[in-house]
Design a binder for this molecule. Structure first.
Ligand code: NAP
Length: 239
């Protein structure tokens, strides 16, 4: 069996896959032969991005566009039901969707904190609670929580208040999830570095492909890979 035929037995789901690091990650996973569930907050964006992901994909992989606003209660479970109705089962979950509300502790409006926590904390929590039980019952799974150095206590929680606080809480979600895992199911967090996206801006030094690299690595870790670790450039960084 060729490597891409073997990989096609696996399916990855990427949130916020319509642009930026999410689209680059979805494209690279499909290029490597995984089926990919391309999700975006608007279904039309997921369908549009799927055309790009399909163009990069290895032969015979399945690309499934799904509308998914991770901040909506119930959306993760509805997404799981839609994916399973298509006959796919998610083996690798890449929680990439992110927002970057600006403002310091007092200046940022309440809505900035609400949105950041809805996307980075509740969004990831609901996705993990929807998809990880299936991974555990099948004995294989990879969860990649896309965080930031701005969410690292060890690196000083620099960055806008709502962003840093919510990404730090995402670290707690990742650790608590990792503590519950067994079999060949792993959950890790990653900082992609400063990447040229709408969020990172045009001055960022990293390309999309470079930004996606560690996400793809964690989504396809071998059985002896890590669990419950925060990475940048494949090296552990402090929570
Ligand atoms: P981006 O280009 O701004 O893309 C963000 C993505 O998240 C978009 O697809 C956006 O969808 C989606 N999204 C936002 N809210 C959502 C929601 N409620 N439901 C579903 N999708 C939602 O940002 P990026 O730079 O690629 O960032 C990807 C991840 O990397 C984020 O978690 C970010 O915090 C992290 N990160 C980025 C950098 C950097 O330098 N770029 C550095 C550290 C960490 P819409 O198109 O609908 O808005």
């Amino acid at each position: 069996m060729s490597p891409s035929a073997a990989a096609a037995e696996r399916t990855a789901l990427v949130t916020g896959a319509n642009r930026g690091i999410g689209l680059a990650t979805a494209s690279e996973l499909a290029r490597r032969g995984l089926n990919v569930v391309v999700t975006a907050r608007r279904r039309a964006d997921a369908e549009q991005a799927s055309i790009e992901v399909r163009a990069a994909a290895a032969p015979n992989v399945r690309i499934l566009p799904v509308g998914l606003d991770v901040s909506h209660a119930g959306a993760a479970a509805a997404c799981r039901d839609e994916v399973e109705a298509s006959g796919l089962r998610v083996d690798a979950l890449v929680n990439n969707a992110g927002v970057y509300p600006s403002g310091d502790f007092f200046q940022a409006p309440d809505a900035a904190f609400e949105e950041a926590i809805a996307v980075h904390v509740f969004g990831v929590l609901w996705m993990c609670r929807a998809f990880v039980p299936g991974m555990l019952s099948r004995g294989y799974g990879r969860v990649v929580n896309v965080s930031s150095g701005y969410g690292s206590f060890g690196e000083g929680l620099e960055g806008p208040a709502a962003y840093s606080i919510s990404k730090a809480a995402l670290g707690a979600v990742t650790i608590k999830l990792a503590q519950t895992l067994r079999g060949d199911v792993k959950a890790n967090a990653v900082c992609p570095g400063w990447v040229r996206t709408r969020m990172g801006g045009p001055g960022a030094r990293r390309s999309l492909e470079k930004g996606a690299e560690a996400l793809v690595w964690l989504a396809t870790l071998p059985a002896d890979g890590p669990n419950g670790v925060f990475f940048r450039d494949r090296k552990p960084i402090p929570w």
